[in-house]
Design a protein around this ligand. Structure first.
Ligand code: PLP
Length: 397
């Protein structure tokens, strides 16, 4: 069998990492990779995580299975983080959470759940999006189509086109929305725009699947949850996939959650039963370490405060780098062209750089980013910012 198997090309991002590692340019900068980096270029373990792990080492008494829904304490702590302390949805017992191996695992649970229960539904995904969205729905055999998101001529959010596309979606279909920090563009919807999207979802009886991978990386932990909370309060049914990879820096621990909000507790219990079955068929039980860390941090006042300050620090660093980028391009007359970078949110930016400019940055300056012009903002720092901007000015000139 193996001889007949097709050799697949490597993921383009992996190719980029490989090329970066082999580049001997001492000034090289990696803006491709999808993890947060501090000013030294490291992706450190958060202090709150280290302290929680130290506690766990003394407290842990067993390695037995944690159950298909995962750790109940994780669920108990995560739900208020997502919906807010005074959420009606939680008070009405309309939400259920199933722990998953990362945001990716949560998306896979969502995809399997849709496939099992409504295989005829199409999932509508923003163009562009995180490429794995397509791969996940392809893997379970769910049809997907795209809705407009960015005007490629102006490199701005094309909200009228987005809204027009959403209005065309057949009743009952699923719409995948990025809660905040849209990956790959960094363009988020304003409060007013979310209200308009909500109206279209209501009108079209569409089912939102909200990908919430960057809570805390945009404007703040509560601010970033505003759209999730709005849709959950206003719509009878909502699905959310949450990730703790970025905001807890727990990338390799694989911890996230699938959350469903149903119209009432009876429906919620039905969905919950389905999720246990879907999780069992995939991996039986989720890994325990990541959820134990998150639950320990969120449940401790001291660690929670420390963690929140660490999330603030990561977010503030990214948002400061965004401002500094535009300021540093001002002497080259490029501030207006790249003004969007200061307005975008999250780790990623659609810079507006064209594929030939991206290729030249790589070849002549050792600056690596995805060919679409997507930059990881946390990939540069105050030291190499002047070099980056000089290089950009030279390829855009
Ligand atoms: N969704 C989006 C938009 C992402 O960017 C990512 C990670 O890059 C994920 C989901 C999944 O993250 P993870 O599986 O690492 O938690």
């Amino acid at each position: 069998m193996f001889t007949q198997v097709e050799l697949l090309p490597a993921d383009p991002i992996l190719g980029l990492i490989e090329a970066f590692n082999q580049d001997t340019n001492p000034s090289k900068i990696d803006l491709g990779v999808g993890v947060y980096r501090d000013e030294l270029g490291n992706t450190p373990i958060l202090k709150s995580v280290r302290e929680a792990e130290a506690l766990l080492l003394t407290r842990e008494t067993t390695k037995k299975y944690i159950g298909s829904h995962g750790d109940p304490l994780f669920s108990q702590q995560m739900l208020p983080l997502v919906f807010g302390e005074n959420s009606n949805v939680l008070a009405e017992k309309r939400a259920t959470l199933t722990q998953a191996p990362g945001g990716t695992g949560a998306l896979r649970l969502a995809a399997d759940f849709i496939k099992r229960n409504s295989p005829e539904k199409t999932v509508w995904i923003s163009n562009p999006t995180w490429p794995n969205h397509f791969a996940i729905f392809d893997a379970v055999g769910i049809q997907h189509k795209t809705y407009a998101y960015v005007d490629s001529d102006t490199n701005r959010l094309d909200f009228p086109a987005l809204l027009a596309d959403l209005k065309q979606i057949p009743q009952g279909d699923v719409v995948l929305l990025h809660a905040c920090c849209h990956n790959p563009t960094g363009f988020d919807l304003s409060k007013e725009q979310w209200q308009e999207v909500l109206a279209v979802l209501k009108e079209g009886k569409l089912l939102p699947l909200i990908d919430f991978a960057y809570q805390g990386f945009g404007e703040g932990l509560d601010e970033d949850a505003a759209a999730v909370r709005l849709l959950a309060e206003e719509l009878p049914e909502v699905m959310i996939t949450s990730s703790c990879s970025k905001n807890f820096g727990l990338y390799r621990e694989r911890i996230g959650a699938f959350i469903a909000v149903a119209k009432d507790t009876t429906d919620m219990e039905k969905v919950r039963s389905q999720m246990a079955s879907v999780a069992r068929a995939n991996y039986s039980n989720p890994p325990a370490h990541g959820s134990a860390i998150v639950a320990t941090i969120l449940a401790s006042q001291e660690l929670n405060t420390l963690w929140r300050s660490e999330v603030d620090e990561m977010r503030n660093r990214i948002n400061t780098l965004r401002q500094q980028f535009v300021v540093a391009l001002t002497p080259y007359g490029l501030a207006e062209k790249f003004a969007c970078v200061a307005e975008q949110r999250g780790m990623f930016s659609y810079s507006g750089l064209k594929p030939n400019e991206v290729a030249q940055l790589q070849k002549d300056f050792g600056i690596y980013m995805v060919s679409t012009g997507r930059m990881n903002i946390a990939g540069y720092n105050e030291q190499n910012l002047p070099y980056l901007c000089e290089a950009i000015a030279s390829v855009c000139g």
